[in-house]
Ligand binder design. Structure first.
Ligand code: ADP
Length: 513
């Protein structure tokens, strides 16, 4: 058996390991289970490929992305490693042939998707293999606490049950909070694993949160024809809208979402990758497995549903280490839309995840610190001096009294209406509908006439995110009280809002130490 440094040089041509790789590889070779949490592009694949090459038996790699599987196997075969994959795109005969090869001990690595573990024939073959290692890629998918739960990952322990002896288990992910990490260890039944958790800090990324009055206008201020940028939108409709705005203004832009044909997707992706069209407008369907190092801006046109997705997407900026920006646009409408979305779904954790996202948008604290704290990483400093909050662009205002006015209006409207009508009543509008319903007679009619619609909607959005209000109703969302509402009405708690002083997301200076 070659030592691991020789393997690194011989097969990959690299001279040194990246942080964590050597420790993870050595632990696996000692027979220990491992958990590797490293950023995308950090070099996770090598951590199981080198042991796979070094060990006698087979390494089974469980990976969710069929396209990546093929790329990895092609690369390994080119290096002279005996690797293969099985997925539904292969013919039955080919699948059969590869399983036979594995049975004859002719493979070092075999890639399969987690769904494959539901196939009886596969499981019966697998029970006869000489398996040294099972490597689980994107292992956070096993956890319901994560942002990308896939039930098929829970089949992995079933595989363990059919094996005559337990191989080493190695789990890898790019994004995980402590809760997800613990859950991954439990769900995958890792045995007191050696852990390597890389730092999540990205010092070359300038983080900013902006609440633009007009998102399209703000976007045009930021975006540069010569720089590569990704603009993430929450819906295909918004992708189309933003794309055509930029198109009309002559920007070199392309787009991507699940609604276009796979040929088009490939073409658009390539236009972006090779900088023929350096600006990409996309839904979150775009990005997994994309390795473009010179992306200067990742702009979220809408607020994502959770911090893990946000950080993963934002992290696609500045892979080359050069100064880059992660800019998040949000609006009260985003908070309302996202709240509705998660209330329609049935994930018990989505609410918590969304609240963390909203807190990130509203915080007056250092944005980098907020992110790292969310990922349970130790932070030694108070301010990073390289995010929009550290630039001192925002102030915090107490809105306890305003929120009490809103609550008393909702109460008087019998908790049966949505944001629009509540706002109109508070501002003292005299529409036909308001008169018909007699809301112009309420004592709360016009008690917030000095505020704009946007101000009031912001406050309602914050009350929703903090759990002082909730949305219900099937055909259109109705705003109702919660068990916590009384605390705010009785001023047992206070509520505050962060306001930006200037609607400009550009950093003051773009230097990285
Ligand atoms: P991840 O799976 O963590 O996203 P990959 O395993 O795909 O990352 O690695 C990203 C890139 O870094 C690949 O091109 C890989 O060959 C390269 N790489 C990995 N380890 C090293 C190393 N020790 N030295 C140089 N390049 C490396």
């Amino acid at each position: 058996m070659k030592n691991i440094f020789e393997t690194l040089k011989h097969y990959y041509g690299y001279d040194a390991f990246r942080p964590g790789q050597q420790e993870l590889i050595e632990a696996i070779l000692k027979g220990e289970d491992v958990l590797g949490v490293m950023p995308t592009g950090g070099g996770k694949s090598l951590c199981y490929q080198i042991p796979a090459i070094a060990m006698d038996g087979l390494t089974l790699v469980i990976s969710p992305l069929i396209s990546l599987m093929k790329d990895q196997v092609d690369a390994l075969q080119t290096m002279g490693v005996r690797a293969a994959y099985i997925n539904s795109q292969l013919s039955y005969t080919d699948q059969q042939m590869i399983m036979e090869e594995a049975s004859r001990g002719e493979l070092d690595l075999l890639y399969v998707s987690p769904e494959r573990l539901g196939n009886h024939q596969f499981m019966s073959y697998a029970s006869g293999w000489n398996l040294d290692l099972i490597a689980v890629d994107e292992a956070h998918c096993v956890s319901q606490w994560g942002h990308d739960f896939r039930p098929s990952y829970q089949r992995i322990p079933e595989l363990m049950a059919v094996l005559p002896s337990r191989p080493v288990f190695a789990a890898f992910t790019a994004t995980a909070t402590k809760i997800v990490q613990e859950d991954m260890i439990d769900q995958l039944r890792l045995n007191d694993p050696f852990k390597h958790i890389a730092s999540f800090d990205r010092p070359n990324l300038y983080f900013s949160v902006v609440k633009p009055k007009k998102k399209a206008a703000e976007l045009l201020k930021i975006i540069d024809k010569k720089e590569s940028s990704i603009i993430y939108c929450n819906t295909r409709k918004n992708v189309d809208k933003v794309y055509s705005t930029l198109m009309k203004k002559g920007y070199p832009v392309t787009y991507y979402h699940a609604g276009i044909s796979s040929d088009e997707r490939t073409r658009h992706q390539e236009e972006f990758l090779y900088d023929r069209k350096p600006i990409m407008v996309a839904t979150n369907a775009f990005g997994m497995g994309i390795d473009k190092s010179n992306v200067r801006n990742v702009i979220h046109y809408n607020m994502p549903l959770d911090m893990e997705s946000y950080y993963q997407e934002a992290g696609r900026a500045g892979r080359d280490g050069a100064p880059s920006e992660a800019i998040l646009f949000y609006s009260a409408q985003d908070i309302i839309t996202n709240t509705m979305l998660i209330e329609q779904g049935n994930s018990p954790y989505a609410r918590q995840n969304l609240n963390a996202m909203i807190t990130y948008c509203k915080t007056g604290d250092c944005l980098r610190k907020s992110i790292l704290k969310y990922f349970d990483q130790k932070v030694q400093w108070q301010a990073c001096d390289y995010c929009s909050n550290c630039d001192g662009e925002s102030v915090i205002t107490d809105i306890t009294v305003e929120s009490q006015k809103i609550l008393s209006c909702i109460y008087r409207m019998k908790q049966t209406y949505g944001t629009g009508l509540i706002t109109d009543v508070l501002r003292g509008k005299n529409t036909k509908r308001i008169q018909q319903l007699g809301f112009d007679e309420l004592s709360t009619h016009g008690i917030m006439s000095e505020y704009t619609d946007g101000d009031i909607k912001d406050m309602i959005a914050i009350m929703l995110s903090e759990g002082y209000l909730q949305l219900s109703g099937d055909s259109y969302p109705i705003i109702k009280f919660t068990q916590q509402t009384n605390d705010l009405l009785q001023a047992k708690v206070t509520l505050s809002i962060r306001k930006q002083l200037k609607q400009d997301s550009a950093p003051k200076q773009k230097t990285v130490e």
